[in-house]
Design a binder for this molecule. Structure first.
Ligand code: ATP
Length: 680
């Protein structure tokens, strides 16, 4: 190994169940040399490099390196892998900090490399550069810290020949003067003439590893293209022969996943300067995307406002038809009554002239009463959805009610029938139908109490004989929104943190940014901590605004300890973050993560009591849904805010326990999937 910078022996690698990409591959790269790795598209060059830099595990075999630290790599991936919202200078500063360079050294190196690579003004943003310019910046990042080993995946694609030549001259000089080892892949075979060694790769194997001169001599030709063609033909003929003889090409070794260790052990698990570089980058990214930031900050409070302003309020202005036979044929409306009161011989007091008018007066406070003359026309309008229903009062309503009051149990059958109000209703909307029924019943009681009062009888006599005392929890006039608020808040805090986490991670993952910064030495712990800090600042701002809307601007109940309430929200946010990480590892595709997130939050709304109390669910559902993330937390939140319970109450602490359990589950599963993915 002393002389060698890279040794790959017996390397096998495949993705899932697909045919192997590397099979029994051996490779040797000498220190201080340029190794040109050539081969057709899809032959496995990038896969081999990703195993060398430790992005992936080999299935079998090993990679040995002559370096001991990640920052000894200078890695330029095939993708541009640069943060688009940053300037060239900021990119240099970021990577310089990861590599532990002083600001002065970063500037000095950046000046040198920028000159050689003709990098544009360093105040320019990456997104404003052409593809070729971005590629040059990407190469500059790999060269920045002057590492002893450079791994460059197609650095010259899309560059003009003069610049390509300059780059090659520079690389040759690096290898010769500074004994830097360079592995470079390229599709331009002739370009690789300047390498010390050329590895020709085909179908997951190296066909040869020789100097360009030896290679051409051994294949009796004077250019590398023809040499590669000759070797490919020989490999093809050999396979054909082996096939004819019934020899199987190579058995794929039976192995367990991740059976080969990564070539470099991780650096120290946490370095403060690296963490600070990542944190600064995250903060800058958030500042640069002010639109997204405002959206993230304001959406929860806006949703809270929509929730409070529209959800759970009693529906108002519901049109309802009334047909009163008392009026028809006598007067057309209550306003036309010649006088309001009359003496009732039965009750022996002055009572309203028409009880149906008195009843309508009460009903009109709760519904939009529309008086009809004809019952059929009213019913027809109800069928046409013009009114929510029809209420019919008989001709002798007033006298029969009087009889019911005065005669009590001796009331005649006729009076009982004629005092009954008939109703036909559109029952298609559960909530509206029940509210109307409640309003009609309440109006009748209020009207009867009015009559009692007119006759000097205590109003109470007209009430139903149930006394609803002061509510133990909540109010005697319950508001539907209050009972849904807990489920709403918990589900939203979970969803927003999950979305922000998965969005941030996927943004870095998608363009190879995450791989690149990890190859540069950043550890998962540093990435997670830097993310958590930004996430917690945002989450604090989001939650404060949300709480302000819910509890300051609107009267949602908050009877329990405020500190406990906020602690619960933070712990729910942690579950959201853990779930966000879990999804990014499990699904690895933004679209699928969005579907999963939306699916999860919709399910939550259905089973955490936001839409309907779970007391109405099937017995089996009641049991397992309690184990679902955030359901126990929503119950806990409701118990704290509506009932004022403290942490010693089972309903409260079970919410915390459930959140901790789910966080642990998501974290461990994410860790396991991450390790598994490295092997795939
Ligand atoms: N993450 C992945 N999952 C599944 N298959 C993959 C993955 N990455 C690469 N492959 C497959 O592995 C094979 C080798 O790909 P690789 O990118 O290593 O080739 P390459 O020689 O670098 O190609 P190119 O020169 O076009 O970049 C290809 O068939 C590719 O489709």
């Amino acid at each position: 190994m002393d002389d060698n910078m890279i040794e790959v022996r017996g390397a096998y690698k495949r993705y899932g169940k697909q045919p192997p990409v590397l099979r029994d591959l051996n490779m040797t790269v000498k220190k201080g040399t340029i190794y040109g790795l050539l081969g057709p598209s899809g032959c496995g060059k990038t896969t081999l490099l990703s195993c060398i830099v430790g992005k992936r595990h080999l299935d079998c075999g090993y990679v040995k390196l002559g370096i001991t630290k990640r920052k000894h790599f200078g890695y330029m991936p095939q993708d541009i892998a640069l943060f688009q919202e940053f300037t060239i200078s900021e990119i240099f500063t970021f990577y310089g900090s990861l590599y532990g360079m002083t600001p002065g050294r970063v500037t000095k190196r950046a000046d040198e490399i920028s000159l050689m690579l003709e990098i544009p003004n360093r105040t320019r943003y990456i997104h404003s550069l052409s593809g070729g310019q971005q590629r040059r910046v990407s190469l500059a990042v790999a060269l920045l810290h002057g590492p002893p080993l450079l791994i460059l995946d197609e650095p010259t694609v899309g560059m003009d020949p003069i610049l390509c030549n300059t780059i090659w001259e520079y690389l040759v000089k690096l290898a010769h003067d500074q004994r830097i080892t360079i592995v470079i892949t390229t599709h331009y075979i002739e370009e690789a003439r300047q390498s010390n060694t050329i590895g020709l790769m085909r179908r997951g194997q190296l066909l040869s590893e020789e100097s360009p001169k030896q290679l051409m001599e051994s294949q009796n030709c004077n250019n590398l293209e023809t040499a590669f063609l000759e070797l490919s033909k020989k490999q093809h003929d050999l396979h054909k022969l082996e096939k004819q003889k019934g020899i199987r090409y190579t058995e794929y070794p039976t192995l367990t996943r991740n059976s080969s260790p990564l070539p470099l052990e991780s650096d120290e698990w946490f370095s403060f300067p690296r963490f600070l570089a990542q944190l600064t980058k995250n903060i800058k990214w958030t500042q640069r995307n002010i639109g997204i930031l405002l959206f993230i900050l304001l959406l929860p409070s806006l949703q809270s406002y929509f929730f409070c302003a529209s959800f759970g309020r009693d529906p108002a202005h519901l049109p309802f038809a009334v047909v009163s036979d008392e009026l028809n044929g006598f007067v057309k409306s209550c306003d036309e009554l010649p006088y309001n009161e009359t003496y009732s011989p039965l009750l022996e007091c002055n009572v309203p002239k028409s009880f149906s008018c008195q009843f309508m007066k009460q009903l009109g406070r709760k519904l939009d009463v529309i008086l009809y003359e004809n019952l059929d026309v009213a019913k027809n309008d109800a069928k046409k959805n013009a009114v929510w229903g029809v209420l019919h009062v008989s001709k002798n309503f007033t006298s029969s009610i009087e009889e019911r009051i005065s005669e009590g149990i001796s009331t005649t059958e006729v009076a009982i029938d004629q005092s009954a109000i008939s109703v036909w209703m559109d029952m298609s909307n559960f909530i509206i139908a029940n509210i109307i029924r409640r309003n009609i019943a309440k109006s009748l009681i209020d009207f009867l109490q009015d009559v009692m009062e007119a006759c000097g009888i205590p109003r109470k006599v007209g009430d139903i004989p149930i006394s609803f005392n002061e509510a133990l929890y909540g109010s005697n006039e319950p508001v539907y929104r209050h009972s849904s608020a807990a489920g709403f808040i918990c589900a939203f805090v979970f969803y927003f943190t999950m979305t922000f986490t998965s969005g941030a991670i996927m943004m870095e993952k998608m363009y190879g940014l995450l791989d690149r910064i990890m190859v540069a030495g950043l550890t998962k712990a540093e990435i997670v901590c830097a993310h958590l800090i930004v996430q917690f600042v945002l989450m604090t701002a989001q939650t404060s605004l949300m709480l302000l809307v819910l509890y300051r601007f609107y009267d949602n109940p908050l009877h329990g300890d405020f500190g406990l309430t906020v602690s619960l929200l933070y712990i729910i946010a942690i579950v959201g973050i853990a779930f966000g990480y879990f999804l990014t590892e499990l699904l690895n595709e933004e679209r699928l993560i969005s579907y999963a997130g939306i699916g999860m939050v919709m399910t939550m709304f259905l089973i955490n009591g936001t839409v309907w109390p779970m007391e109405g669910a099937h017995d089996l559902m009641k049991v397992w849904t309690r184990a679902f993330p955030i359901v126990a937390a929503a119950e806990s939140y409701n118990s704290i805010t509506s009932r004022g319970y403290d942490i010693t109450h089972q309903d409260v602490y079970m919410g915390f326990v459930s959140c901790l359990a789910w966080t642990t589950f998501f974290s461990l599963t994410t860790y396991w999937i991450t390790r598994r993915n490295k092997g795939s």
